[in-house]
Design a protein around this ligand. Structure first.
Ligand code: HEC
Length: 103
């Protein structure tokens, strides 16, 4: 019995660790991101895979992009600006950007 509980916790932690990608896609869909973005092709905004490739190795990118997701902005990918996303909290913006950068 003393060994069962820790094992259960480890199993639960592993199950959760394999879920975030799906959970974050659901969050991105719920927060309307996917109406302008696609994982691997440009729609209104850049493909998330292209965003990840562009900022690979840029340690400051995550914080900068999280702020941009909330406030909106343009000038990086073309003439179209991203509108602000007031439906996204700072924690959600950071989570979404981490997910985008992991594509
Ligand atoms: C109305 C369309 C639209 C929506 C909705 C939208 N985006 Fe964007 N997004 C854009 C456009 C257009 C750009 C390119 C802006 C630029 O060129 O700087 C962009 C750029 C980005 C970038 C890269 C920014 C950069 O400076 O390289 C990220 C990351 C991003 N969006 C994430 C998100 C997330 C997360 C959401 C959901 C909360 C979201 N977007 C919702 C249109 C949108």
């Amino acid at each position: 019995m003393t060994r069962t509980l820790p094992n259960l916790l480890i199993t639960a932690a592993c199950a959760m660790a394999s879920l975030p990608a799906a959970a974050d896609l659901a969050l991105a869909t719920a927060k309307n991101c996917m109406s302008c973005h696609h994982l691997d092709k440009k729609v209104v905004g850049p493909a998330y895979k292209d965003v990840a490739a562009k900022y690979r190795g840029d340690k400051a990118a995550a914080a900068r992009l999280a702020a941009k997701v909330m406030e909106g902005g343009g000038g990086v990918w073309g003439v179209v600006k991203m509108p602000s996303n007031p439906q996204v909290s700072e924690a959600e913006a950071k989570k979404l950007v981490a997910w985008v950068l992991s594509q």
